[in-house]
Each structure stands twice: as structure tokens, then as C-alpha cells.
Write a protein that binds this ligand. Structure first.
Ligand SMILES: O=P(O)(O)OC[C@H]1O[C@H](OP(=O)(O)OP(=O)(O)O)[C@H](O)[C@@H]1O
Ligand SMILES: Nc1nc2[nH]cnc2c(=O)[nH]1
Ligand SMILES: [Mg+2]
Length: 165
């Protein structure tokens, strides 16, 4: 059964506003050598952060998370995180950015690889929150966040006509 019972859609405007708020907080903690985006969710936040903070050195750590039962090239064990591309060094002076932390599984893995990087996210859920250095908005563990790049405008059924509410 899914652990998510609440839906939290995020608009481009809201995402942009939150990413700018994160930039303010990170600027105060600089200077920074560069940004490392955790793909793919960290890519849009990274673009906004580096524009606001005038950072030109942008790298990626490319992660694929396979669900149980799913198989992929390079997957050694089911349910495992696969690193398609890492980053040299220990991350000192770099911001490591992702869109959110949920269970903390991704965060734990990348923090092991880059222990001195400053880990930042826009959203954090309670289970992953202790692994984040700076975040903007906390949501409950049973909330599923929907990012604007995963959505499209479509007809919305009036509440009174919905069977499931
Ligand atoms: O704390 P966790 O439980 O690890 O979940 C958080 C991760 O899940 C999502 O990425 P996802 O693996 O869905 O891939 P994507 O970024 O390529 O969309 C999100 O972008 C985080 O990286
Ligand atoms: N889009 C999205 N991806 C996730 N991966 C783990 N948790 C989430 C979530 O709440 N939203
Ligand atoms: Mg991700």
C-alpha cells in the first residue's frame, strides 16, 4: 500500500519563489565554489540557484532509483540506488541540491559520497529532514509532492461531482 494519502501540487511560480528563498539562505552561508545537482529533480532548482547566486560552476551527480521488481542497466540489486555519474572530491565548498528529501535514501547515499558538501533541498519530509543542511518547506510524510515539470493543465471535475470525495 502506498504511504502517500495527500497530494501537494506545486506551480512553477511557487517553485520559483521557494528556490529564491533557498538562494537567500544559502547566500548568507557562502562563499560557494559551485553547485552539484542531483539528477534529475535537482536540475531545475540548481538552475534557479546558480542564476540568483551568480554561480557558474555546475556539476551533476546522476542517480537512478529502481523500485523493487524493476530492473535497469547497471542495477546490481533490486531496490538499489545506481550512480551513473559521480563527482570527484569530498564536496567541500559545494552546494549539493535536490528538489526534496523523502525517506532520506538518496540523501544518505550522496552524503556518503560527498561528506563535506552542503546538502540543500526545497522540500523536506520528517524522515529525511535530519540529513538536510538547509531546506525551505516541510511537508508531512504522507504527502506526495507533484512538481510542475511532471504536470500539465487539464480539466478539473467540480468537487460536487467527484465520486471519491
Ligand atoms: O528521500 P528519497 O526517498 O530517496 O526520495 C527523494 C528522491 O526521490 C526523487 O527522485 P527520483 O528517484 O524519483 O528520481 P528523479 O529525480 O530522476 O525524478 C527526488 O527527486 C529525490 O531525489
Ligand atoms: N515527485 C515526487 N517524487 C518523490 N520521490 C520521493 N518522494 C516524492 C514526492 O513526494 N514527489
Ligand atoms: Mg531525484
Amino acid at each position: 500500500m502506498t504511504p502517500y494519502s495527500k497530494d501537494f501540487p506545486v506551480s512553477w511560480e511557487e517553485l520559483h519563489r521557494n528556490a529564491r528563498a533557498l538562494s537567500w539562505r544559502l547566500l548568507e552561508q557562502g562563499p560557494w565554489k559551485g553547485i552539484i545537482a542531483i539528477t534529475r529533480g535537482g536540475l531545475v532548482p540548481a538552475a534557479i540557484l546558480c542564476r540568483e547566486m551568480d554561480i557558474r560552476l555546475i556539476d551533476t551527480i546522476c542517480v537512478v532509483s529502481y523500485e523493487d521488481g524493476e530492473k535497469g542497466e547497471g542495477a546490481t540489486k533490486q531496490g538499489e540506488l545506481n550512480i551513473l555519474k559521480g563527482v570527484e572530491g569530498d564536496g567541500e565548498g559545494f552546494i549539493l541540491i535536490d528538489d526534496l528529501v523523502d525517506t532520506g535514501r538518496t540523501a544518505q547515499k550522496v552524503r556518503e559520497m560527498l561528506p563535506k558538501a552542503h546538502f540543500a533541498t526545497i522540500y523536506a519530509k520528517p524522515a529525511g529532514k535530519p540529513l538536510v543542511d538547509t531546506f525551505v518547506t516541510e511537508v508531512s510524510q504522507d504527502t506526495w509532492i507533484r512538481f510542475p515539470w511532471d504536470m500539465e493543465y487539464t480539466f478539473s471535475t467540480p468537487l460536487v461531482n467527484r465520486q471519491d470525495t
